[in-house]
Ligand binder design. Structure first.
Ligand code: NAP
Length: 572
């Protein structure tokens, strides 16, 4: 195993913070600059943010002497978890590069009213850091961000963070067996291994509705919420009815003068009772960590049991959950006309099944209208629908989702022979075990292609991948290899299996969703149980890889090397 290294020193060209710049701020308020441009589209709002970023330096960047063992890109749950894993294993020669000024990923960026997690917090948290402090079974954004910051502090991650450091390019130097990363401000970083953890929900999706630039009021995307925009007493439009909309709509409806919801597709909804946890219940958890662990385990296996119902397309698995959701809707929605509008017309599970106990009550409020005519255009004063109606608005909210990258690379990546990852993934991202792709050695993806959760917590996938990546990094070091890259045949076989299994899933049963790439292929979600995926990647098997030694010759893994990975898997 790794010999513990010295405490890190900051690379010469960079500033390493020992404390988070935002540590003194209330945990529920992420560090962000207030935006003054409130009345423009999501795209222009993003432009406002970009404009405030440090400008690229004109000076020739200095090639650092230091070579990091690992560069992690992103500090959401998975990137931060990777850093914690590396440090726990005794490694200190690593850094976590984060484009923003705080940890937290999507939970730092999404601050819209009502933002919460629809997976129970006992499961939507690190297995090694259970918390007894959640206020509810399903925590809100503020508490989740607070938890992430707590983990970053407790596990001593801040000295390893490099904030305001957006990685824009990674190029593999085959002669040295290392990656050269370029940060947006022009600095260069050398690293033997790169772990990319950019997260699927980093960038808001602009719906590109005609006329949006002409709107005189405020347009805001949920993923770039601006608290400076006043909603109280305003006429508000909410475009979209997905997982985000069903959270923000009920949260703002009591305050606005009128809310008009523009629904393109009705969704399957399950109730989500979420009572406050009492102080006595929290104390019981604090006093009894074993009970907390069992609770987590119980939630895990309960979610696993739902997998066939949420994943498979066959009617045998659809009748029961469809009936539960249909009965719930019929119980809650009294007006037959509204009931009809809220009834989905696609198979249960094809899009994400939503959990909300307040969406249907919100739709029946006096100050809420559900509009199902398509949007023709945004006008200077509101929205015109395809059937000729015009609504006046003060504020338009886009709850239209994210630019999920199921094609192309998350940033410019050039591997062996200068191969471009963007080019390789132009029709859809692919990776062996969702983690590695051939020709891009010593590079690992967390929550990569095929490994999104269809039915459970994303952290269950990320933690298994983190252990796998650690084994790969450690073995490469032990074997003194220049680089390792997955064999093309191994990757192709895995991708074929994923494609074949995806044919049995409900995701390909005819609806449109962010799970599918433009050619209709699922390369986002794992078409199976999480437990099975964890078993699959429990041990890093060097036989699946081309191992290249320092003399540029292929190396065959010995029995000792295999046993070493077995030991690492068992002691993870
Ligand atoms: P989404 O699921 O992609 O939904 C976007 C919504 O906007 C859909 O209703 C879509 O309609 C609508 N839309 C998009 N473009 C439109 C247009 N031009 N005109 C009219 N309507 C338009 O996005 P999301 O709700 O932000 O959720 C994305 C993912 O984020 C979720 O699936 C989930 O994984 C994650 N999320 C998780 C939580 C959580 O609690 N853990 C909360 C929020 C989000 P169509 O359905 O017709 O396309």
């Amino acid at each position: 195993m790794t010999t513990p290294e010295k405490t890190p020193e900051a690379p010469a060209t960079t500033e390493v913070q020992t404390e988070p710049t935002v540590a003194a701020q209330p945990a529920t308020k992420p560090a962000r600059k207030p935006r003054t441009t409130a009345s423009k589209t999501a795209a222009s709002t993003t432009a406002t943010t970009t404009a405030s970023k440090p400008k690229a330096t004109k000076a020739v960047p200095k090639m650092p002497d230091e070579v990091l063992e690992v560069a992690v890109v992103g500090s959401g749950f998975s990137g931060l978890g990777m850093g914690i894993r590396l440090k726990k294993a005794g490694l200190t020669n690593f850094r976590v590069f984060e484009k923003a000024s705080d940890v937290g990923g999507t939970w730092r960026d999404n601050i819209y009213p009502g933002c919460a997690c629809d997976v129970k917090s006992q499961l939507y948290s690190y297995s090694f850091e259970p918390s007894a402090e959640w206020s509810n079974a399903y925590a809100n954004q503020g508490e989740i961000l607070k938890y992430i910051r707590h983990c970053a502090t407790k596990y001593g991650m801040y000295p390893f963070m490099r904030f305001n450091s957006k990685v824009i390019d990674a190029t593999f130097q085959a002669d040295k067996g290392e990656w050269l990363l370029t940060i947006e401000d022009g600095q260069l970083v050398r690293a033997k291994n790169v772990v990319a953890a950019p997260g699927p929900f980093a960038d808001p999706k602009d719906p590109h509705i005609k006329g949006s630039e002409s709107f005189k009021g405020a347009i805001i995307h949920t993923a770039r919420w601006n608290n400076a925009i006043e909603l109280k007493g305003k006429r508000v439009a909410l475009i979209g009815t997905g997982a985000t909309a069903v959270q923000v709509g009920p949260a703002i409806a009591p305050d606005v003068a009128h809310l008009t919801v523009f629904q393109r597709t009705a969704n399957w909804i399950m109730p989500r009772p979420n009572p406050d946890l009492t102080e006595a219940e929290k104390q019981e958890s604090r006093d009894n960590p074993l009970k907390m662990k069992l609770n987590r385990l119980g939630n895990y296996w309960l979610n696993e049991a739902t997998a066939p119902f949420l994943i498979l397309k066959y009617d045998a698995f659809k009748s029961v959950p469809s009936k539960i959701s249909n009965d719930y809707r019929k119980r809650k929605v009294k007006d037959p006309e509204l009931l009809k509008k809220l009834t989905p017309n696609y198979k249960f599970g094809c899009k994400r099944v939503l959990v909300s106990s307040d969406w249907y009550p919100t739709m029946q409020r006096e100050n809420v209208t559900l509009e199902v005519s398509g949007i023709k255009q945004i006008t200077p004063t509101g929205i015109e629908t395809v059937d000729g109606k015009h609504y006046d608005f003060d504020v338009i909210i886009f709850a239209t989702g994210y630019e999920v990258r199921n094609t192309g690379a998350p940033f410019a990546v050039h591997g062996l022979d200068n191969a471009s990852l963007d080019e390789k993934w132009k029709d859809g991202a692919e990776a062996f075990d969702g983690i590695v792709t051939n020709n891009f050695p010593n590079m690992y993806f967390l929550v990569g292609p095929f490994t999104g959760p269809g039915h459970t917590s994303v952290i269950a996938y990320a933690e298994a991948q983190i252990d796998y990546v650690w084994q790969a990094i450690e073995l490469r070091k032990q074997m003194n290899l220049k680089y390792i890259t997955v064999k093309p045949s191994v990757e192709a076989s895995f991708v074929k299996t994923m494609d074949q299994r995806s044919e049995h899933t409900v995701w390909k049963s005819g609806c449109a969703s962010w799970y599918l790439s433009p050619n209709g292929r699922n390369n986002v979600l794992y078409p199976g149980f999480n437990a099975e995926y964890r078993m699959r990647i429990m041990r890093f098997n060097p036989s699946n890889y081309l191992l290249i030694g320092t003399d540029n010759q292929p190396v065959k893994p010995s029995l000792r090397d295999h046993l070493s990975t077995v030991k690492m898997a068992l002691t993870a």
